[in-house]
Write a protein that binds this ligand. Structure first.
Ligand SMILES: *[C@@H]1O[C@H](CO)[C@@H](O)[C@H](O)[C@H]1NC(C)=O
Ligand SMILES: *[C@@H]1O[C@H](CO)[C@@H](O)[C@H](O)[C@H]1NC(C)=O
Ligand SMILES: *[C@@H]1O[C@H](CO)[C@@H](O)[C@H](O)[C@H]1NC(C)=O
Ligand SMILES: *[C@@H]1O[C@H](CO)[C@@H](O)[C@H](O)[C@H]1NC(C)=O
Ligand SMILES: *[C@@H]1O[C@H](CO)[C@@H](O)[C@H](O)[C@H]1NC(C)=O
Ligand SMILES: *[C@@H]1O[C@H](CO)[C@@H](O)[C@H](O)[C@H]1NC(C)=O
Ligand SMILES: *[C@@H]1O[C@H](CO)[C@@H](O)[C@H](O)[C@H]1NC(C)=O
Length: 429
């Protein structure tokens, strides 16, 4: 029998854990001695008979017990269901923090000895590159133990719009994080491209704590995200691309942000900019893509594309470029390079102009096609079941005779130079 007694004793001891001296005063009273209490996380606990008389939780009100319910200098122990004068942080501190008493408030502060012996050069941020967001994180306690002030995080532009900072717990450590957008011209981003990728570079500036003893210099840490060069990613890297975007809602699948843009090149990586003229007879590449969470169920299908001299899609001069998913053969040379196979469609056509009209509006009817149905081929339209939308972009197709001759020559040259520049900028950086 003896070993059994020993076991039971040990078990009781472990279960009870560390025991604390519980608050036993009567001013304020314990909630159990004032006929029960009610608590809120903002205001602590008060006696039920009189909501302005505070009470101290014990087994009564234990489920809502936190430090705010305890008298000054007391801290909530969830093991003992009482307020105790032993310092306890609620919630408990992370592995690189220590619970300290700051003006009688139990506060988790950094345990600087965890990071002693490291050098500033060991600081390297975690950079997460999502398609629409870059997040740069560093351990708050690591930085603070060097003497940095993590609230000073900023990018290469100190305006408020560029300082989206917050803390979050990742992998058991508090990280100070700043967000940046992978877009050209955003808060000091420097955008470069090579033949296959787009790079967004920026700088994280971290200032130092305001202390009499200065142990570190403010730091600038450069970071970058790279993205594959695609018809989609190149648009965010362009200054003023010609594009149109609509949201297609798909029942039960959320929305698909769908974008159409015009490109100079067969790789669909050099977008036509808003101020660029396209010479009549040159190739124009229409790229259309849908951004949808679940890409496994749908493909994008372009049903029709047509050109009009103004934004009225019923204009009598309307010319079809694509009809029923295939080239319309109405005098405009077109090639449907990809359609109904993935979430992007690619259409090449030869540019043209309406007599005496500066702009040509290209309009396309698109839909998300359930992969279970037929989405390729000509005249497959069964659009009632799927989300559909219409996209329109204006393009300046420059013909050599409708405007005055000298103007035209100048513009053509300007266009050639700018398209060459666009090509070079993609090619050389
Ligand atoms: C602080 O960190 C050091 C090193 O990791 C550790 O030995 C020490 O126990 C920690 N201090 C507290 C109070 O947790
Ligand atoms: C900083 O960013 C803001 C907001 O994006 C912008 O308005 C401002 O011009 C930028 N300042 C500099 C110096 O780039
Ligand atoms: C730095 O601290 C000193 C004294 O604590 C204070 O007078 C001064 O205003 C602080 N400077 C900044 C930039 O916060
Ligand atoms: C960090 O960058 C800013 C802005 O470019 C510059 O003014 C500052 O001198 C740099 N600081 C360090 C320590 O390199
Ligand atoms: C980027 O391109 C590479 C090579 O073409 C490919 O393996 C990779 O999956 C692409 N990444 C994304 C996110 O599309
Ligand atoms: C599409 O919806 C998203 C999310 O609701 C929104 O942020 C975006 O601005 C919308 N785009 C358009 C073109 O309406
Ligand atoms: C397509 O068919 C599969 C299996 O036949 C089914 O599980 C899936 O839900 C269907 N997709 C849609 C969008 O209806």
């Amino acid at each position: 029998m003896l070993p059994l007694y020993v076991l039971v004793l040990v078990a009781v001891f472990i279960q009870k854990g560390e025991t604390y001296t519980c608050y036993s005063g009567s001013n304020p009273p314990q909630c159990s001695t004032c006929g029960g209490g009610s608590c809120t996380s903002d205001n602590g606990c008060s006696c039920n008979y009189d909501l302005v008389t505070p009470c101290v939780p014990n087994s009564e009100c234990a489920s809502v017990g936190t430090n705010i319910c305890c008298p000054s200098g007391y801290f909530w122990s969830s093991t003992d269901n009482c307020c105790t004068d032993t310092l306890i942080c609620n919630p408990s501190c992370l592995s690189d923090e220590i619970c300290t008493n700051v003006n009688n408030v139990a506060t988790c502060t950094c345990n600087t000895t965890v990071y002693s012996g490291l050098s500033v050069s060991s600081i390297s941020p975690t950079v997460k590159c999502d398609s629409k967001l870059m997040t740069i994180s560093l351990s708050k306690c690591l930085l603070e133990s060097f003497g940095f002030d993590t609230t000073t995080f900023q990018l290469n532009n100190n305006s408020d719009a560029c300082r989206n900072i917050y803390t979050e717990v990742i992998g058991g450590l508090t990280m100070q994080t700043i967000q940046a957008l992978p877009e050209t011209d955003w808060c000091g981003n420097i955008v470069t491209t090579d033949s296959s990728k787009i790079y967004y570079n920026n700088m994280l500036y971290i200032g130092i704590q305001n202390k009499s003893l200065i142990t570190v210099n403010p730091a600038n840490i450069s970071f970058s995200c790279s993205y594959n060069l695609t018809m989609q990613t190149v648009l965010a890297a362009s200054l003023h691309p010609t594009l149109s975007t609509v949201n297609i809602s798909v029942s039960g699948q959320g929305i698909a942000e769908t974008t159409m843009a015009a490109y100079w090149d067969a790789q669909y990586t050099s977008p036509v900019q808003q101020d660029q003229d396209v010479p009549v007879g040159s190739n124009v590449y229409l790229g259309i893509y849908a951004d949808i969470m679940d890409s496994s169920k749908f493909v994008l299908r372009v049903e029709n594309c047509y050109a009009t001299p103004d934004n009225n899609v019923n204009n009598v001069n309307k010319v079809a470029i694509v009809s029923g998913g295939c080239p319309a053969n109405q005098g405009v040379t077109a090639e449907v390079q990809e359609n109904g196979v993935t979430l992007q469609s690619r259409i090449r056509f030869s540019s043209f102009a309406f007599q005496g009209q500066p702009l040509v509006y290209i309009t396309c009817d698109v839909r998300l096609c359930d992969k279970n149905n037929t989405c390729t081929g000509c005249n497959a339209a069964r659009s009632s079941e799927d989300g559909a939308a219409t996209l329109q972009i204006p393009l300046n197709f420059l013909d050599d005779y409708s405007s005055s001759a000298s103007n035209t020559v100048v513009s053509s040259w300007a266009m050639l130079v700018s398209s060459l520049l666009a090509y070079l900028s993609i090619k050389l950086f």
